[in-house]
Design a protein around this ligand. Sequence first.
Ligand code: SAM
Length: 289
Amino acid sequence: MVVAASPAALRALLKRYGLEPKKGLGQHFLWQARLVERIADAAELTEKDLVLEIGPGTGNLTAALARRAGMVVAVEIDRSLFPLLKETLAGLENVRLVAGDAKSVDYRELLEICAPGFTGPCKVLGNLPYYITSPLIMRLLGQGFRKELLVFMVQKEVADRIAAAPGGKEYGSLSVAVQYYAEPEVLFRVPPDAFFPPPDVASAVVRLRCRSRPAVKVRDEGLFFEVVHAAFRYRRKTIKNALREAGLLVPERESRFFAEVGIDPGRRGETFGLKEFALMADALFEMRE
Ligand code: SAM
């Protein structure tokens, strides 16, 4: 059951609290009950699960999660929504609402404080504010708190980039970085009219299953990501020129480098899979030593 299950009901609910959706905070609230339940189902929750939700908004998804999980810790930047959330989440004793910015919260500390009884990995969900989607996903994946599964609503184009394979135009540093930590799946598309107010773009729900260890083993993770970013920053250049432009490879060492890794220096960044990026990063690491 969803508290405000139509655009009119959501508008009326917000109005009762003197609120209007804030565009600057990406506030597009999902009202279609069927979709809310589908997203919650995608997290495969049981009462043993701890959920971290990003941006509860009016609480439609939060309530669906709370009915399935052991506990939900929800981080919302907009404090003016809290009185409304107290109404829509009334009676759900297993929700902890936290006022905070998802871009800077220390998640490990937050979960230890809010859910001390949960020691296992958590699940992360959110209809993400689109103005910060990619950096937020990278922050959530890269931060050292234990998680096993993430389910996000994102812009459809971002979903396609996350799951893209080498060779296509969607494939880029976001694909490599997400796939380094997790196995992504695009689950289903969501049209703009499922939200109030409707966004200008189509959306999609993605599920990321965290790997027990990164997809490739590298000597220096920072250098691995430098190579990846260089390859896609200079997308139209060959890998030889991209590494040179980024200051990662000096011309005198190029022939030896490409001979050692067995990679054609004329190939472009978008053709490389994670293993080849790792191979190049490790060879650069060894040359530096
Ligand atoms: N979960 C709700 C839903 O499905 O209807 C709301 C989704 S709305 C797309 C995004 C939510 O994230 C809004 O409630 C917004 O205020 C919140 N938000 C935006 N920026 C945030 C940030 N930096 N940290 C935490 N929450 C944020």
